[in-house]
Design a protein around this ligand. Structure first.
Ligand code: ARG
Length: 465
């Protein structure tokens, strides 16, 4: 073990205490951000004449060599250090000697870790945003190709009214649009630099916090040093946004699992994205969709965990906050993997248009349109609803669809029916007549697709600076 506080202590830390306290095992992920932050800090110290130019050069070179060696595998981040901050500092001193000992001037691990975590999270927000964008592109492409692909729309998982695949996918497009907007919002709020807050009360050195903030691509410095070292709101917000993304992916997955079932057969998942059974040779299982649905739980868990960790922490830094990392890292990694795999799965998935249209024809999905037909002929809607209800009952007994009845049979139930009823309740008419914006009618749908295309093109990608 190698600790940073030898001076005040007369005894070594108990081994189990040391291990319990250490975070290197997981904060090693932050090596790049830690070095990046230290480089900015050193440049600022030199600019402010707190450090000499030559010490700055020596330290920057040392840090750069540590970064390169970690990345090419010649320097292994080993567990004998408490955390990534002590690992980098100790290695720097090893490499450059005296100058390395000046790196930590005017800085505490509290503002250091606050900065590292913010830099890391910011990068993950950017990546997540890009992956959601890619998924939205896939969804939009499917929408463009399926404006006339009929399928049943459901409520209570019962066939309700006919719609199209473009319309159904369009619902998910809207969800992911909101997800991206949430990420952009979070980004705006989080992009302030906590470096320079010190342990909690700033420092007596004349630091230029605006300068480090600028070097690191932040809009500016945070404005309260106590809040700077103890704020993890941005991470909670990101976890909440990721939980919402997972909720959307999970609902989408659930639908694909249903569509892929033997009973539905609306879709066929590509071999590359399904798995077989070790015992049942006929099986092709939608494991990716199921795992995406399943992994939603751990992302919700990460959000609840951090909210709970933070709820009783007095100002400013407390060690509890080290618990912000493991589950958040796990959530970030899993959400990104889910987005990549889910996108691949739906990009390669085939639709069985025949089965979808056939299904849309059954289940009396045109019953509302039949009632609307009567309304158009002057029957009050409440009466029309009753007439069509009786009609449906009659069809159930006869085991047929409304369209299968003869005009005489229809007239037996209501004199108002004429020959034009068949045209009025055909699948095509049912969908085509729904032309209010947001509805599945082809013209309305094409208009929305054009708006969404423009949106995807003009909505910016997030990136530092
Ligand atoms: N490993 C710590 C964390 O993740 C770093 C900050 C340590 N600061 C301290 N005062 N012990 O929060």
């Amino acid at each position: 073990m190698a600790d940073l506080w030898g001076g005040r202590f007369t005894k070594d830390t108990d081994q189990m205490v040391y291990e319990f306290n250490a975070s290197i095992n997981f904060d090693k992920k932050l090596y790049k951000q830690d070095i990046q932050g230290s480089m900015a800090h050193v440049k600022m110290l030199a600019k402010q004449n707190i450090l000499t130019e030559s010490d700055k050069e020596v330290i920057l070179k040392g840090l750069q060599s540590i970064l390169e060696d970690v990345e090419n595998g010649t320097l292994v981040i080993d567990m004998k250090y408490e955390d990534i901050h002590s690992f980098v500092e100790a290695n720097l001193i090893d490499r450059v000697g005296e100058a390395g000992k000046r790196l930590h001037t005017g800085r505490s691990r509290n503002d250091q870790v606050a900065l590292d975590m913010r830099l890391y999270t910011r990068e993950q927000v950017e990546r997540t945003d890009l992956l959601v964008k890619t998924l939205m592109n896939t969804i939009l492409k499917t929408m463009e190709e399926n404006v006339e692909t009929y399928m049943p729309g459901f409520t209570h998982l019962q066939k309700a009214q006919p719609t199209t695949l473009a319309h159904h996918y369009g619902a998910y497009f809207e969800m992911f649009k909101r997800d991206r907007e949430r990420l952009h919002d979070i980004y705006k709020r989080m992009n302030y630099c906590p470096l320079g807050a010190g342990a909690l009360a700033g420092t007596t050195y004349p630091l230029d916090r605006n300068y480090t903030a600028k070097l690191l691509g932040f809009y500016g410095p945070t404005l309260n040093s106590m809040d700077s070292v103890s704020d993890r709101d941005y991470l909670i917000e990101f976890l909440a946004a990721m939980a919402t993304i997972m909720m959307h992916l999970s609902r989408f997955s659930e639908e694909i699992i249903i569509w892929n079932s033997n009973e539905y057969q609306f879709v066929e998942i590509d071999d590359a994205y399904s798995t077989g059974s070790s015992i049942m040779p006929q099986k092709k299982n939608p494991d990716i969709a199921e795992l995406v649905r399943g992994k939603t739980g751990r992302v919700y868990g990460a959000l609840m965990s951090l909210l709970t960790t933070m709820k009783g922490i007095p100002l400013a830094y407390n060690k509890d906050m080290q618990e912000d990392k493991e589950m958040a890292f796990d959530a970030m990694e899993n959400v990104q993997n889910c987005l990549i795999l889910f996108n691949g799965m739906i990009e390669t998935m085939k639709f069985r248009e025949d089965k979808m249209a056939k299904s849309a024809l059954g289940g009396f999905t045109n019953a509302t349109d039949a009632a609307d037909y009567l309304v158009n002929k002057g029957v009050p809607f409440r009466d029309a609803h009753g007439i069509i209800g009786r009609l449906v009952l009659y069809c159930i007994e006869k085991n047929c669809a409304i369209d299968d009845l003869s005009l005489d049979e229809l007239k037996d139930i209501s004199e108002v029916f004429e020959k034009d009823i068949y045209e009025a309740i055909s699948l095509e008419t049912c969908v085509e007549k729904r032309l209010t914006i947001g509805a599945p009618g082809m013209d309305a749908m094409r208009e929305v697709i054009a708006i969404n295309k423009e949106y995807l093109k003009s909505f910016p990608e997030l990136s530092v600076k």
